[in-house]
Design a protein. Structure first.
Ligand code: HEC
Length: 235
């Protein structure tokens, strides 16, 4: 009976995961996220405040919290990463008014605080690398994973522009200041940063996790001989 239930369970699981895979037709490029890589997070933060914060906010994130997590001083953050705010205890908001944004782009750019959890990091990594020229759009570009997106290709200076071939496949971007490898790294750092702001306490949790495991291990060394001693006469 138990094997039967188990077989049924495994069967159901494989059907649903196959369905899931079939429903996500768009190919996403996988990206490695490393929240312990402070240098990467710092580079991502720099890109974010320079190229994204003018339209998007990350209103759940405070600058001084970020300073601490990224291994920077408040002063370094104030001097290098703060353009839209005045105090280091402020959250990352934008100067642009939501009504203006709506007028200019047709949609208000969403808050990016938890976008990594809503979309997933692979989606973000793919999205930020697949803008392509599309004359039918007012922004001049379209996107492979977000059709008819209202956002222009803001990193065109770095990546350059990609056209499409006759079959509609996106070609290699060219004309940017960065090589494909360097652009991918830039986006990886940016997505790493977006993953971090989506769950800032994860850094501490990961660090704490090691100590918890060590504690459990030591506890086991004590508890196991004790269990043996207690049950000695019964078994
Ligand atoms: C010029 C303004 C502008 C800038 C700068 C900008 N965006 Fe956007 N972005 C938008 C708009 C407008 C949308 C909404 C698009 C839509 O819904 O059609 C958007 C949408 C997005 C989305 C999709 C959100 C969703 O609904 O899932 C992501 C992710 C995103 N932007 C990330 C970024 C990142 C990262 C940067 C910095 C490299 C950036 N954006 C810079 C205007 C901007």
């Amino acid at each position: 009976m138990r094997t039967l239930i188990f077989a049924l369970f495994v069967g159901l699981m494989s059907i649903s995961s196959a369905q899931l895979m079939a429903s996500s037709k768009i190919h996403l490029d996988p990206v490695e996220i490393d929240l312990s890589d402070k240098a990467s997070l710092q580079r991502g933060a720099t890109t974010f405040v320079n190229y994204c914060l003018s339209c998007h906010e990350a209103s759940f994130m405070r600058y001084n919290r970020m300073a601490k997590d990224l291994g920077l001083t408040d002063k370094q953050v104030a001097e290098n990463l703060m353009f839209a705010s005045e105090k280091v205890g402020d959250t990352m908001t934008v100067a642009m008014r939501a009504e203006d944004a709506k007028k200019w782009f047709g949609v208000t750019p969403p808050d990016l605080s938890v976008i990594s959890r809503a979309r997933g990091t692979d989606w973000l990594y793919t999205y930020l690398r697949t803008f392509y020229l599309d004359a039918a759009k007012t922004t001049g570009t379209n996107n492979a994973v977000f059709k008819d997106v209202g956002m222009p290709h803001v990193l065109w200076q770095q990546q350059g522009y990609a056209g499409t071939d006759d079959a509609g496949h996106i070609e290699h971007a060219s004309g940017g200041s960065l090589s494909t490898y360097d652009y991918n790294t830039m986006i990886q750092d940016l997505v790493n940063f977006l993953a971090y702001i989506g769950e800032p306490s994860k850094i501490q949790r990961l660090a704490l996790g090691k100590w918890v495991l060590l504690y459990l291990f030591i506890f086991f060394l004590v508890a196991y001989p004790m269990k043996k001693a207690f049950w000695k006469d019964i078994h």
